[in-house]
Design a protein around this ligand. Sequence first.
Ligand code: FES
Length: 156
Amino acid sequence: MKKFIVDRRKFLRSFFYALLSFQLIYVFVRLLKIKIPQNTQSDLYDAGDISFFENGKMYPFGSAHFFLHRFEDGGFIAVSSKCTHLGCAVQLKADSLQLECPCHASAFNSKGEVLSPPASRPLDYYPIVFKDGKVLVNIAHPVRRNKFEQAQIKYI
Ligand code: FES
């Protein structure tokens, strides 16, 4: 009878440690999941069919706070409309591919590069994904940058 009680104690202790281990693993996995940014469907803004966008034109998406530019060679870039000086909303200058800030007159080209200060760095840009013939812009993850690089242009 005594042996049975000792075995039962051992069993309960082992069971307790196993349960504790599973709980720690669960918490650890949950923490990892929180730290890994993933593209959820709601992060991706559907800008429209790829075929809709003409080469050499820029399209404003005011409610999503970005401008989508399709270059002459067919590449795309989505630049934020938030000025890198103090955060005002830049506007597309009529009949041009230039973006201007109404607050302190910074200006940017279609790649988001600074043409005139006081802004000192390019507009942030948003990663683009092509899926099922659509242009999807990841508006949840703006990318801060200090200069324009060719790799920021996305091709089909
Ligand atoms: S906020 Fe745009 S130039 Fe100052």
